[in-house]
Write a protein that binds this ligand. Structure first.
Ligand code: HPA
Ligand code: ZN
Length: 337
């Protein structure tokens, strides 16, 4: 394993499913609380972590939204994003498309402008400092109304150059994709790429994935593990060349396991599956740890690990020529290793 471990550590990587707010580590949470004079009921990092009690999506989301109360200024969003990009770079992530949840901030009085300017400045600074490239995906919260999502979409238009696509996250229960059909139609007209969370083991998982691929017409699927329950659905996903962004350590917290076997089945079935971290400060593990988790669970070899990395670069929303350059870097790494 130790040889494979260093192969994984040094592998050129691409991350397509990470929520920037989910990278808020306990240490930074405490620092920002102090700086912003926000009262938290925890004395130290261990106490913060000990309060992370979740075993499904909705109990995780409660903790996740509570944690955001310390994010108030442009500098806070800069610090959060810069720390993630620095960490990702240390694991050889060359490129990432990151989610942010503007409504979770505007709903508590932090302006859209404050949020996106802080994130954007960190993206530019991290590219200068470390060479890591990144883009931003704006997620709508599916447990809020379609009207709020639409007004957030309209609010984003002046910042369109800074946002590559839109997504849908938060609690899937009784919030099917179709609820947002008009919002996503408008987002497409505005030139955004489209993705949606199809979380693991939800009440209507298979139905919701069908809606996502047929009624919404997405460019990518976040999670989507339950597609394996319906072979026709798998064929449709392959037919549309859709990338699936699976998050093994996250899965192990909110469902009955990492779903590594599903990742292997998708690889074997020729589906464009990728491995990602989701909310690494809450489901401990960044890209390297997530790849190691799957490798250990189902004994992946180098060939499969490289396929996962290639799938991610292929699944980005970058121009063809840029994808090819990243894939070339990956191939060079494999040849030299
Ligand atoms: N699913 C839904 N909502 C989320 C997630 C997730 O994995 N992470 C942060 N918000
Ligand atoms: Zn997610």
């Amino acid at each position: 394993m130790s040889k494979l471990r260093s192969f994984i550590e040094e592998l050129p990587k691409c991350e397509l499913h990470v929520h920037i707010e989910g990278t808020l580590e306990p240490k930074m949470k405490l620092q920002l609380a102090k700086r912003n004079k926000v009262e938290l009921p925890y004395k130290n990092e261990k106490a913060v972590r000990d309060a992370y009690e979740f075993d499904d999506l909705s109990s995780f989301l409660t903790v996740y939204y509570e944690g955001m109360s310390v994010l108030l200024t442009e500098q806070d969003f800069f610090d959060l994003t810069y720390a993630y990009l620095k960490k990702a770079h240390s694991q050889n992530v060359l490129y990432t498309e990151m989610f942010f949840d503007p409504q979770a901030h505007t709903a508590r009085g932090v302006s859209f402008d404050t949020v996106i300017r802080g994130i954007r400045r960190a993206q530019m600074q991290a590219e200068i400092s470390f060479g890591i490239r990144s883009q931003l995906i704006m997620c709508f919260l599916r447990d809020w109304s379609a009207e709020f999502a639409m007004s957030t979409l309209l609010q984003s238009i002046p910042y369109k150059e800074w946002i590559i696509g839109v997504g849908l996250d938060s609690d899937e229960r009784n919030n099917p994709p179709i609820k947002f059909v008009e919002v996503f139609k408008r987002a497409r007209e505005e030139g955004y790429f489209l993705t949606m969370h199809c979380d693991v083991d939800q009440k209507d998982s298979v139905n919701n994935i069908w809606q996502t691929v047929k009624d919404i017409g997405v460019d990518r699927i976040d999670h989507g593990v339950n597609s394996l329950e319906d072979m026709k659905l798998c064929e449709e996903i392959k037919e549309q060349s859709l990338t699936l962004t699976v998050c093994p350590i996250s899965n192990s917290f909110v469902s009955d396991g990492s779903k590594s076997e599903a990742i292997l089945s998708m690889l074997e079935n020729g589906m464009r599956v990728t491995v990602n971290s989701d909310d690494p400060a809450y489901f401990p593990g960044y890209m390297t740890e997530n790849l190691i988790c799957v490798q250990k669970d189902v004994q992946l070899g180098k060939r499969e690990l490289v396929q996962l990395a290639e799938n991610a670069f292929e699944g980005t929303w970058l121009p063809r020529s840029t994808k090819d350059r990243f894939i070339e870097d990956l191939k060079n790494y494999v040849t030299k290793y």
